[in-house]
Design a protein around this ligand. Structure first.
Ligand code: UT7
Length: 331
């Protein structure tokens, strides 16, 4: 994609994690797994699970309101809301519509993006160009997931990996002296769509009384294959964004990668020549929250003071589709 007309910056970030913590020990009680297996194969120690009656839109709204508060923009001033999610409240309307209603952003255009774990960065790129072109004055982008509603809790291959949560950012035009999004790179390989999907519940395979026991509306993944693609794609996407920003790996102060598996992160970092100390990791606390993961990590890094003005940070994600995405931001 070409560069936007005006530069765009992040004016505020937010995140929300449901209160309920599910530990690896809790999972040991329900499936044939162990804390040791989960920790050593993934790095995950616990994850958050949304309450009954707490939907993706509710998580998204809480994260979104925090980001608006930090950016000093009132809900009525918001012009665009993009929610990245694969676990929408309903197939239609978009989860962004419920968020609009809940935050009272009645003047906004609201829609969802479905690009799995890369969704937040896809939303960021769409918003960057929309705001940069002057078509919208600002955009609230949110990655939000209630993956606990789409996991087969009897399948140890998947149920130990995922969690619920939401993260958000507000994008506005950048003026002189402000930071800005320097570059971005997005990619898709639809030929690998079957490696990671939710096979049922869509028009291809509606859930019926007959097929209900097969639990087709839950996540199915060929983990080992996805793992290999993830490492390669995260590395390539990172290098593309770094290079188009006119930088090298040495310029990156903080890497915020998708939080799926610590071994994927380590393998990516090794190939990038970025110090492990400069990598933000929170998957031990939240597991894989798909589109929310990079957004939550960005907000935590921001609020923990891990990013200073002028720092160049790299965000990179990979997920179902297959999709991948990266962005280099000057803070
Ligand atoms: O977010 C989007 C992208 N998603 C990812 O990036 C995930 C990518 N994949 C992965 O992170 C890893 O492939 C997994 C964590 C999913 C699996 O790790 P792995 O090292 O690739 O394990 P595996 O699938 O090769 O399974 C190894 C063994 C198997 O047993 P056998 O066949 O060797 O006897 C599994 O049945 O581990 C077994 N296993 C488990 N054992 C205890 C699988 N899940 C579990 C479990 N507890 N929860």
């Amino acid at each position: 994609m070409s560069n936007s007309h005006t530069s765009v910056r992040i004016a505020g970030t937010g995140s929300y994690l449901p209160e309920r913590i599910m530990t690896n020990a809790d999972l040991e009680a329900s499936v044939d797994t162990s804390d040791e297996w989960i920790r050593t194969r993934t790095g995950i120690r616990e994850r958050r699970i949304a309450a009954e009656g707490e939907f993706t839109s509710h998580l998204a709204t809480k994260a979104g309101l925090q980001a608006l508060e930090q950016s000093g923009i009132a809900p009525a001033e918001v012009e665009m809301i993009i929610v990245a999610t694969i676990t929408p409240d309903t197939l239609t309307p978009a989860t962004a519509c419920y968020v609009q209603q809940q935050i009272g952003a009645l003047n906004a255009v609201a829609f969802d993006v479905s690009a799995a774990c890369s969704g937040f960065l896809y939303a960021m790129e769409l918003a960057r160009h929309s705001v940069g072109a002057g078509a919208f004055k600002n955009a609230l982008i949110i990655g939000a997931e209630k993956l606990s509603a789409f996991v087969d809790w009897s399948d140890r291959n998947t149920c130990v990996l995922f969690g619920d949560g939401a993260g958000a950012a507000v994008l506005v035009p950048s003026t002189n002296g402000d930071g800005k999004i320097l570059s971005s790179h997005l990619g898709t390989d639809g030929a690998q769509a079957e490696l990671l999907n939710i096979p049922g519940g869509g028009s291809a395979c509606p859930v019926t009384l007959e097929n209900a026991p097969e639990k087709l509306a839950t996540l199915a993944m060929q983990g080992r294959e996805v793992f290999k693609h993830a490492v390669n794609a995260m590395k390539r996407a990172s290098l593309e964004a770094i290079e188009s920003a006119g930088l090298t790996s040495k310029d990156i102060k903080l890497l915020i990668p998708h939080q799926a598996n610590l071994r994927i992160i380590d393998a990516t970092v090794e190939r990038l020549d970025i110090s492990r100390d400069d990598v933000f990791i929170n998957l031990d606390k939240y597991g894989n929250t798909s589109a929310a993961a990079v957004a939550i990590a960005l907000d935590e890094a921001n609020r923990q003071g891990r990013i200073a003005k002028g720092d160049k940070i790299l965000l990179v994600a990979f997920g179902a589709g297959l999709t991948w995405a990266s962005a280099v931001i000057e803070w």
